[in-house]
Design a protein around this ligand. Structure first.
Ligand SMILES: [Zn+2]
Length: 178
């Protein structure tokens, strides 16, 4: 059986004249090979048409990644806030402790002024610590973060100890002067 020009017409059925369409249909009615070609072409075209719908989950993946990144940033902010609160409350406890020791030598006004100054300083320090930590955490890996937390913890412990020691020394001196 002669399959040309029918195979060419099957592959390019857009530009066929009515006469060509009739001749092609007659040939397809008698030729399983050209019917097969037509079906293969149609399923290929269908696959191409369906492709954009298959590609749709890519957008979903992007949205999901974006949501994950946002959630991670929120967690980092939360961690930074917790660190700031821990640092701030430690400083406050130390400051209050130091003030309690010096209460006999302080007037109520200077005590109040000192307390307000300390609170303001602590809040300011917390703000700075939080923004600094947030900026820092955005650019570092979790492993580095753990290391930094350890260093910060160690530093805080050392600072508290040093401050406590100086407060204790000053308290001793005060008692001796009396
Ligand atoms: Zn044929």
């Amino acid at each position: 059986m002669e399959h040309q020009p029918y195979k060419t017409w099957i592959l390019d059925d857009e530009d066929l004249s009515d006469d060509q369409k009739l001749r092609l249909n007659d040939h397809l009615a008698a030729c399983p090979e050209c019917v097969q070609l037509s079906e293969n072409l149609n399923s290929a075209l269908l696959a191409i048409r369906v492709a954009p719908e298959v590609a749709a989950p890519a957008g979903f993946t992007q949205r999901w990644s974006a949501a994950l990144a946002t959630r991670k940033r929120e967690e980092e902010k939360q961690q930074a806030r917790s660190l700031g609160i821990a640092l701030g409350s430690s400083a406050l406890v130390i400051a209050v402790g130091a003030m309690l020791i010096f209460i006999p030598g302080l007037s109520l006004i200077s005590l109040t002024a000192g307390l307000i100054t300390t609170v303001v300083n602590v809040l300011d320090g917390m703000q700075t610590a939080v923004s600094f930590a947030t900026t820092l955490f955005k650019s570092i890996s979790p492993a580095t973060m753990v290391l930094l937390f350890s260093i910060a913890g160690g530093w805080l412990l050392l600072a508290s100890f040093t401050l406590g020691l100086s407060v204790w020394k000053l308290a001793i001196k005060k008692v001796e002067n009396k």
